[in-house]
Every structure is written in structure tokens, then in C-alpha cells.
Design a protein. Sequence first.
Length: 171
Amino acid sequence: MENPLTHFNAEGRAHMVDVSEKDVTQRVATAQGTVYMQPSTLRLIDEGRIKKGDVLAVAQVAGIMGAKKTPEIIPMCHPLALASVDIGFSENSEPDKKTGLCSITITATVKVNGRTGVEMEALTAVSTTALTIYDMCKAVDKGMVFDNIGLVYKAGGKSGTFARELPENGK
């Protein structure tokens, strides 16, 4: 049986997959993740009162930079000339009944015309954005947590389209 894990060669050693024979197609991937925080932290973000600056603007730029730097931190990722990276935010200011926490959901969509997909770039963008929100707000809320970071959509390439169905609460 052929090994379905493509990042290993015939000897079982790690290698970068050869994509030179693949067709160049438009590829897109969208990932999401959520940062949970105290209601007071979300208020400070919304009111622009975090001392380090505009949290979401800085996090947005960090997410874009993270997507562009993905092959530098994920060993088997191909360097790609990304066509676009878009980072969006959705706030839930109503505290959860169980935890008392509010949240910001991050959505990153990455596009490329290339021989390999951009799933890792979208996931890295979300993760970098979440880490930046944490970094900028940790002075007021060290208890922030990340959850549900994952791929929600991808299209293009031989494997076709993937869409994860998200329930009402986004998990």
C-alpha cells in the first residue's frame, strides 16, 4: 500500500513534495479561529484604550505577514507568491453564560494562482492574528484562550472543494 502521507519519500524520510508537474490553478483557503477574553478586555479593544495601540489593525497586519512567512516556520510548505490575504473579525460581546467570556472570531482568506494550496497560509494567518491579539492585550487579560482554529473552506487543485459545515455557534 502506498503511503498516503506525501511528505515522506520511499525511504520514509521527510521531503518537500514535488509539485512541478501539477497544473497552476486558482486556489483559495479560508480558516477561522476564536479568541476568548474578559468582557472588559473586549470593551478596551473597542474603545481603543489598549496601550499598545489599535489591536485589530495591528493583528490584521500581523496575520497578513504571518501568511506570507508560512514557509519560513512550517518546514514542508512551498514558498508561494500569494495573490491576496484578507483578515476579518466578528465580535461576540455577549458574555457566555458558562464562562463569562466574550470573543473575537478571526477569519482569514488566502488566494494564490499556483501548483499547491494555501490552507497552511490561511491557518497561519489566523494563528498569528490570535497571537497578536493576545500579545497586545496580555497586560489586562492573561487568561485569554484560543479555540476552534481550523480550515473552513478550500477550493482549487486536484482534490477539489472542501467546506466544513459550522453550526450556529461557529464551533
